[in-house]
Design a protein around this ligand. Structure first.
Ligand code: ATP
Length: 237
């Protein structure tokens, strides 16, 4: 079976800065894959390239067996490739519920959209309580929930999460990762970029390690957690 996502020799440059220097990465349907690495390694750039926000300088991205190169930026969500960006990007002056509705803008099946809002509220009871509150007045953890919930509203085939734990208190980080596990259990395929490498690898099936624009290691999450070099460099052990 073809992988859901197949990245081949991807290169990305910002002017003269080579942020991604020819990476291969694939994800099978139903997998949760972590991408870890230091600041500036090129992880966010990889995610942005996957949703068309940044154009590759070389290589190929196949999604569901088809190249994404010709997709227009607004086509990605409709195809099921959805990014929850670092810093969340929610609409602060809309309510929680309006934010979730925005996530379904590519759809016009009203009854199903209402069902999916209920499904998001069952994943995030906290958001249900706050459905009429302006999203900009929520706590950081609640805003991250809105961002993930909004992405779920587009029924993603591949959900890309960029640093979901960023800036959150440890207890809230645990909560967000519980939700990531619940979403994975529903069968949503995910690529998770995280500074918190330990938690990411404890949650993921497989992991890739990125250093200075290159993938230097790819293995099962269990093997990466047990790898001494990884422990020293990324797991604070
Ligand atoms: P972080 O966790 O800090 O976001 P990262 O692994 O996601 O790190 P990227 O954000 O992808 O790394 O950055 C990779 C490299 O590309 C860095 O050297 C960064 O300075 C550079 N870079 C990122 N965005 C731009 C941009 N818009 N213009 C120029 N250079 C950029």
């Amino acid at each position: 079976m073809n992988p859901l996502l197949d990245i081949k020799d991807l290169k990305v440059a910002y002017g003269g800065i080579h942020a991604v220097k020819g990476i291969d990465l694939n994800i099978n349907k139903g997998e949760l894959v972590a991408l870890i690495g230091a600041n500036g390694a090129g992880k966010s750039t990889t995610l942005k390239t996957l949703v068309g926000m940044v154009k590759p300088a070389g290589g190929e991205i196949l999604f569901d067996g088809k190249p994404t190169a010709r997709l227009a930026p607004y086509d990605y969500v409709g195809k099921g490739l959805v990014l929850v960006p670092e810093g969340r990007g929610i609409f602060g002056r809309l309510t929680v519920e309006e934010n979730l509705q925005m996530g379904a803008y590519v759809r016009n099946d009203k009854a199903d959209i209402a069902n999916d809002i209920d499904r998001v509220f069952s994943l995030f009871p906290r958001l249900k309580e706050r459905r009429s509150q302006l999203a900009g007045t929520l706590s950081g953890g609640e805003q991250q929930m809105v961002a993930i919930g909004r992405a779920m509203m587009s029924r993603p085939k591949l959900l890309l999460l960029d640093e979901p734990s960023m800036g959150l208190a440890p207890i809230i980080v645990q909560k967000i990762f519980e939700i990531i596990r619940m979403i994975a259990a529903e069968g949503v395929t995910m690529l998770l970029v995280e500074q918190n490498a330990k938690l990411a690898l404890q949650t993921a099936d497989r992991g890739y390690v990125m250093e200075s624009g290159r993938i230097t290691l790819a293995d099962s999450a269990a093997n990466l957690l047990a790898n001494e070099k990884i422990q020293q460099a990324y797991l604070g052990e």
